[in-house]
Design a protein around this ligand. Sequence first.
Ligand code: PEP
Length: 254
Amino acid sequence: MNRKPLLAGNWKMYKTSRQAREFFQDILARLNPFPADREVAFGVPFTSLEAAVQAVSGTPIIIAAQNVHWEPEGAFTGEVSAPMIAAAGAGAVIIGHSERRQLFGETGPGVNKKIKAVLPAGLRPIVCLGETLAEREAGLTFEVLAKQLAEALAGLEKAAPGALDLAYEPVWAIGTGRTATPETAQEAHAFIRGWLAEKISPAAAGATRLLYGGSVKPDNAAQLMAQPDIDGALVGGASLTADGFAKIIQYDRS
Ligand code: PEP
């Protein structure tokens, strides 16, 4: 199964629309020619969505939101819906990031509702999962991943294989500088792919891209990406500088 690698940045709560425009001017100059054998996406704050979409127009870069509400519209102060994100020109949404789960009370069933709202709006879900340090140390990693997968994908058994991307992001590796070793990441990815094969379908397991996230940097990207079940990276801190993220995008695939 040919899964085109996806390098996705997650800007979190960084960059105004002006800073976003400046960033894309810089990184597009560095990505010339644009590497055709990989996909690139950026999760930007809602306020920068339209500026980012304009800045990358005419390039293959996909702009993503970092969250979404599951209803199309309504009395939900402060929320933004999938049709609104699509109308802004975005192509994807990051769902269930561990910061949203830990700091904003995001739940597994909520993640599931968001995925189901995003797909019909023509947006690609990038769904995050991963264990905490305490869970890993207690030997619960696979149990936690299985629960998060079951919750996120409930009722989605008939979705087109490969309709969404999954990002394995061990919480202990996010923003800590402590990257999972390629072997540790591969082990978790192999578990996730096995779970998909068993609980959804072999076709879904073969078609679903599994991204690794957690302190990916220019000097460790190629090693991680060389693992057989790692199909991409979700990159926080290192996606904020054009120089660093261009190097990650241009990781050596040979
Ligand atoms: C993230 O925000 O999804 C992430 C992986 O962050 P960092 O790369 O900074 O660890």
